[in-house]
Design a protein around this ligand. Structure first.
Ligand code: HEC
Length: 137
């Protein structure tokens, strides 16, 4: 009886770990099948993105996204100025989402996959896009 219970528990544990592993391998934030509803920059997403940006991004990217946050001088890589510079990792919304979800430059630009929901990550990406110049020279 005890053995049966134990082995059930073991299978349960193994099962959960497999699920967790699958989640890590294919994070929801960058899985196109789970993000259709966030593709459009709705006023709701932009509002949410503004708040997420103020809370999580301003310390490095600055209040207006000019790369002049209070932590700028402490970092080995300069935070991007979204107003001027062409995006190093791509201008497309999906590229910005990838950066925010997974981080860049050995996580000097942190990964927000665990800290923010998928919706918040897409909202922040829409907000960053709204700061970028519509057209580059
Ligand atoms: C601890 C400081 C820090 C925080 C906090 C931070 N970033 Fe960054 N971010 C950076 C740095 C540094 C870079 C430049 C990385 C590089 O050039 O390789 C960067 C780059 C980026 C890029 C890529 C720009 C490009 O050229 O492709 C995006 C997009 C971005 N950050 C968005 C965000 C958003 C959105 C948040 C908040 C959710 C955020 N960052 C929070 C430091 C930070």
């Amino acid at each position: 009886m005890m053995t049966t219970l134990l082995s059930c528990g073991l299978w349960f544990l193994l099962g959960t770990q497999t699920l967790v592993a699958a989640e890590v391998a294919k994070p929801a934030a960058t899985d196109p099948s789970k993000t259709q509803e966030f593709l459009k920059a709705t006023p709701e997403l932009l509002d949410m993105g503004k708040v997420v940006f103020a809370v999580h991004c301003v310390r490095c990217h600055g209040p207006e996204g000019r790369g002049d946050g209070v932590e700028e001088t402490k970092l080995p890589v300069a935070p991007t100025n979204f107003r001027k510079v062409r995006m190093k990792y791509g201008d497309a919304l999906e590229s910005v989402v990838q950066t925010v979800a997974k981080g860049r430059s050995e996580l000097v630009m942190p990964s927000f996959q665990g800290a923010l929901s998928t919706k918040e990550i897409w909202a922040a990406a829409h907000f960053v896009k709204s700061l970028m110049p519509a057209k580059y020279d």
